[in-house]
Each structure stands twice: as structure tokens, then as C-alpha cells.
Write a protein that binds this ligand. Structure first.
Ligand code: HMG
Ligand code: MG
Length: 307
């Protein structure tokens, strides 16, 4: 199949990237990071999550961050800031802070569902249906996630049919798009293709997104394999930040800089300015006191130092 001509990137660094950081990042840094990402041309930026602060203390400043970015002049430039909402309590708090798009997050593995959101898959779907109903009454768009679509940190390999079944439930509920999460980055092009094949039988591929963590260094290869299957939406994280506090061993998401470098090389449009993106990655990496995990960013920064 011909590769797509244009790809939508969903930047998840401010949420997936920072949720796993032990050191508390001040709200002002998160807000500046999001503004820099919007300034680099990213049009969908997952800003924060309305989850329990006991479970994820780093996201306790959710309302402050969301309110500030929604008030930023860049918001008028059609930037969308989805936020995670696991239940009605989170949804109500997100709406109170002005959310115009939310995301619900389920799993293809029972054990991960229990560890991450403290309930079974069946119970989670009931909670999500309530969120989707409340959202549709307010004209708020809902994105869905399925975690552990390839492997689970507790159960091992996951049957692609399980991932497909949960993806279909989310679409039937009213999610406009479902992001398929290789939460622990164990997938390879072969297992990711098998998983997408199963999902694409029950959900049109244009409504599926790839969310690949890079634990084994396979995420870029997995994105290329997904592009070959016609997928055109990918989640990525600035500087390769990320991980899930409830998925032991999971490392960061694929770095947005690496994905944009790949897309530029394939002449696939993303609307993102790589230099501004690298500067945004440098900003947050400096704050965290380490170099960006993105290889493309490191190479471009070392060329700048030589020039
Ligand atoms: P629970 O303890 O079962 O909740 O947690 P509960 O309903 O029994 O309530 C217990 C307390 O939590 C109550 O407060 C509630 O009010 C409060 P108390 O009366 O004890 O003071 N509470 C909340 N507070 C704030 N916001 C809320 C909320 N809900 C209840 N929304 C819950 C259930 C879902 C809340 C919890 O398990 C949780 O917050 N989990 C989130 C974990 C998380 O954020 N994980 C990372 C995101 S998922 C991910 O990274 C994967 C992804 O990237 C894709 C991939 O890579 O695969 C998306
Ligand atoms: Mg993730």
C-alpha cells in the first residue's frame, strides 16, 4: 500500500512523558513546554490527565495547566488539548477547567486494567460509556486508548483479537479515534502488523492511531510498518519522555523529533518544524537535567555545536 501523504501527530509528552517523572515539574514549565510544542506546529497536544493525585502526583496541577494553555493565544490557531479522564469525576473536573476534548483509557489485558485503573475491563467500559454520554451531551470529542495491545507487563503476550475487541467497544461507544498502545514497547513490525490487521477488521484504519513506547528501540520501525498498512495518526513524546507508572519496565514513548525526521525523509507532511521541536525538547530536557532521548535531536544539536 502507498504510504500516506500526510500524518497527524498527537503529542503526548506533557502527559505520558511527564507522568512518570519522579521530580515534580512546576506548572509554569509544563505550560511553557506545551506552548513551545504548539509553536512548533503540533496541532494536538495531550496536556494533562484528570486522574487521582494519589495515583499520579505529577498530574495534580491538571486544572492549572489546562486553563493556562486554553487561554494562550496559540489556542486560537486550532490547537486541540485532549486530557485523560478515567471516570466521571475526572471528566467533570476536566470540563470545569475548560476541556474541549477528553480521552478514556482502557486495556486489552485484565491485569493491566486492574493495576492501572483499579477495575476490570468490563467495569472500565461501563465507566467509559458514562463519560462518553456526558461528553456527547456537551459536544466534547472523546478519543479512546487501548493499552497493552501487543504485550502486558503482567500477563505477557496479548492476543490481537483482545485488542481488536476493546478497540471496537470504544468506537461503538462513540470515540472518534482509538489509539493502540504498545505500553511496554515490546512489539516488533511483525507483531504490530498482526495486531493492526486484527483491529482494522473491526475499526477502519483511518480511525486507528499507533502509540508506541520505545523500550526495545523498535518504535520507529513499528511506525514505518504501520504507515505501510495505511495508518496515518501516531502518538509521540517530545525528547522521548514517558512511561506508565503502572507498567514496570516501560520506557519512553517514541520521540517526536525522531518521528518528524522520519516523516520528513519520506516526504510525508506533518506540519511540524523540526528545529523548533528540537528546541522544545532541549527546553524540557534541560529542566529535567538530562539529554533528550531522541537520536535525531542529539544529532541535530551536535551539528549546531560544530557549526
Ligand atoms: P480508585 O482508588 O479505584 O477510585 O482509583 P475510587 O473511585 O475508589 O475513589 C477513591 C478516591 O479517589 C476518592 O477520593 C475519589 O474521589 C478519588 P477520597 O474519597 O478517597 O478522597 N478519585 C479521583 N480523584 C481525582 N480524579 C479522579 C478521581 N477518581 C476518583 N478522576 C482511578 C481509580 C481511575 C481514579 C485511579 O486508578 C487512577 O487515577 N488511575 C490513573 C492511573 C494513570 O493515570 N495511569 C497512567 C495513564 S494510562 C497510560 O499511561 C497508558 C497510555 O499512555 C497508553 C499506553 O501507553 O498504553 C494512555
Ligand atoms: Mg503511553
Amino acid at each position: 500500500m502507498a504510504l500516506p501523504k500526510r500524518v497527524k501527530l498527537v503529542e503526548v509528552g506533557p502527559r505520558d512523558g511527564l507522568q512518570n517523572e519522579q521530580q515534580m515539574v512546576p506548572a509554569a514549565i509544563k505550560i511553557e513546554l506545551i506552548e513551545r510544542l504548539a509553536g512548533a506546529g503540533l496541532s494536538t497536544i495531550e496536556a494533562t490527565s484528570f486522574v487521582s493525585p494519589r495515583w499520579v502526583p505529577q498530574m495534580a496541577d491538571n486544572a492549572e495547566v489546562l486553563r493556562a494553555v486554553l487561554a494562550s493565544p496559540l489556542h486560537g490557531a486550532q490547537v486541540s488539548y485532549p486530557v485523560l479522564t478515567p471516570n466521571l469525576k475526572g471528566f467533570d473536573a476536566a470540563v470545569e477547567a475548560g476541556a474541549q476534548e477528553v480521552a478514556i483509557f482502557g486495556a486489552a489485558s485484565e491485569a493491566f486494567s486492574q493495576k492501572n485503573i483499579n477495575c476490570s475491563i468490563a467495569e472500565s467500559l461501563k465507566r467509559f460509556a458514562a463519560v462518553v454520554d456526558a461528553a456527547s451531551a456537551l459536544d466534547i470529542r472523546v478519543r479512546g486508548y487501548v493499552s497493552c495491545v501487543v504485550a502486558c507487563p503482567y500477563e505477557g503476550a496479548v492476543d490481537p483479537q483482545r485488542a481488536a475487541w476493546v478497540a471496537r467497544q470504544l468506537v461503538d461507544m462513540g470515540c472518534y479515534e482509538v489509539s493502540l498502545g504498545d505500553t511496554i514497547g515490546a512489539g516488533t513490525p511483525a507483531s504490530v502488523k498482526r495486531m493492526i490487521e486484527a483491529c482494522a477488521v473491526v475499526v477502519p484504519i483511518k480511525r486507528l492511531a499507533g502509540h508506541y513506547h520505545d523500550t526495545y528501540g523498535m518504535a520507529i520501525a513499528n511506525i514505518y510498518a504501520s504507515l505501510e498498512m495505511g495508518m496515518a495518526v501516531f502518538d509521540s513524546s517530545i525528547a522521548g519522555l514517558g512511561g506508565c507508572p503502572y507498567a514496570p519496565g516501560a520506557s519512553g514513548n517514541v520521540a517526536t523529533e525522531d518521528v518528524v525526521y522520519l516523516l520528513n525523509g519520506l516526504a510525508i507532511e506533518s506540519g511540524v518544524d523540526l528545529d523548533k521541536l528540537v528546541a522544545a525538547g532541549q527546553f524540557i530536557s534541560r529542566h529535567l537535567g538530562r539529554a533528550p532521548a531522541s537520536k535525531a535531536a542529539r544529532a541535530l544539536l551536535s551539528r549546531q555545536r560544530v557549526a
